[in-house]
Design a binder for this molecule. Structure first.
Ligand SMILES: Nc1nc2c(ncn2[C@@H]2O[C@H](COP(=O)(O)OP(=O)(O)O)[C@@H](O)[C@H]2O)c(=O)[nH]1
Ligand SMILES: [Mg+2]
Ligand SMILES: [Zn+2]
Length: 321
């Protein structure tokens, strides 16, 4: 963290740019076999090649690759292509972690039980949008009693900003909407608190997949896939979906107040009207479209308050601005 000088927004892809350059040179610009990283095992990655074959490839010391990375493999060596749609978080020790790359879509999974921490969805939207990833909401466990009430509330708040898909992994309901969201070969990731049913949903979507479900059963389900950080799966109707291990919360990484001001869900329409200042963060500025929306009642005080809360987190020393 502190004193750790890294170029902040360096294009990801290979933690060892010089070695990669050497490899690119020896492989040529199109040399090597093209593949996609589908799982990460610390010192090695599992690469799926265009032939459908999967093979484990070792990473060099300090080389980084995560699921979603497009790679080229020559012999035992691996070069990572530059990536877009990079999803990052900061772990509880403050270290920056890349979860997945080349994402088109971030599915924020919510359930009536367990409920997400306050502000979780908003942080998901802001992180996704500022990384160029489209957020959608996936409400799982519609079969539970509280499902209807929660679906209505989520649709009210987030419906104008993004698709709100209502599904039940258990009953295999609403799965078509997930397939449609990823149609055309899009790459998506499911994030959400542990226990909301991300792995269950993937198991329902992908035939013969047997991801470990429910942390509570850890000991009794030997032989199942264990999700260390993230695994990538091809959907039967096209597209790919990444299952992430449950982490309690996002900790916003590299999101500035200005990015949050542009990306907060519910401000879209007000931002079309615009603010007088280009760097307006909708706090107390004159001629602010968002504050005007609050005054006119098109944006609720509650949503604006949630936004200010997020802004305060980003500006606090623990967070980043
Ligand atoms: N009632 C209900 N329970 C579900 C549903 N999907 C998953 N669960 C349960 O939720 C728990 C957590 O599921 P899991 O897939 O491991 O959640 P993850 O931590 O988000 O991957 C398990 O006990 C599942 O059986 C659903 O659609 N309805
Ligand atoms: Mg899981
Ligand atoms: Zn403003």
């Amino acid at each position: 963290m502190a004193g750790h000088k890294r170029k902040k927004k360096r294009a990801r892809g290979g933690g060892d740019p010089e070695a990669d350059e050497g490899l690119h040179a020896s492989l040529g610009p199109d040399g090597g076999e093209k593949g996609l990283v589908v799982a990460h095992h610390g010192v090695a990655v599992l690469v799926r090649f265009e032939t459908g074959e999967e093979r484990q490839v070792w990473l060099r010391p300090a080389q980084r690759a995560v699921v979603g990375d497009r790679v080229r493999v020559g012999g035992s060596r691996l070069a990572v292509e530059p990536a877009h749609g990079v999803l990052r978080r900061r772990d509880p020790r403050g270290r920056e972690r890349t979860i997945a790359t080349n994402l088109d879509l971030l599915g924020i999974v919510i359930a009536p039980e367990p409920r997400e921490p306050p502000g979780y969805i908003d942080r998901g939207f802001v992180i996704a949008r500022s990384a160029g990833i489209d957020p959608i909401l996936v409400m799982n466990k519609t079969d539970l009693d509280e499902g209807d009430v929660l679906a209505t509330r989520l649709t009210e708040i987030y419906g104008p900003s993004a698709a709100v898909l209502c599904v039940s992994a258990d009953r295999r309901e609403g799965l078509d909407s997930v397939f449609e969201a990823l149609a055309g070969g899009r790459l998506g990731a499911l994030v959400g608190p542990s226990g909301v049913g991300k792995s269950s949903l993937l198991n329902a979507l992908v035939p013969d997949l047997d991801l470990r479900v429910s942390e509570l059963n850890r000991g009794s389900r030997k032989g199942r896939h264990t999700t260390t950080t993230a695994t990538l799966h091809e959907l039967p109707r096209g597209g790919f979906l990444v299952d992430t291990a449950g982490f309690k919360d996002f900790i916003a990484v590299d999101v500035t107040a200005r990015e949050a001001a542009q990306a907060f869900p519910g401000f879209e329409e007000a931002l079309l009207e615009g603010c007088r200042f280009r760097d307006c963060v909708h706090k107390t500025e004159p001629d602010c479209g968002v504050l005007a929306g609050v005054a006119a009642g098109t944006i609720s005080e509650r949503r604006h308050h949630a936004y200010l809360q997020l802004l305060a987190e980003l500006e606090s020393p623990g967070g980043r601005s």
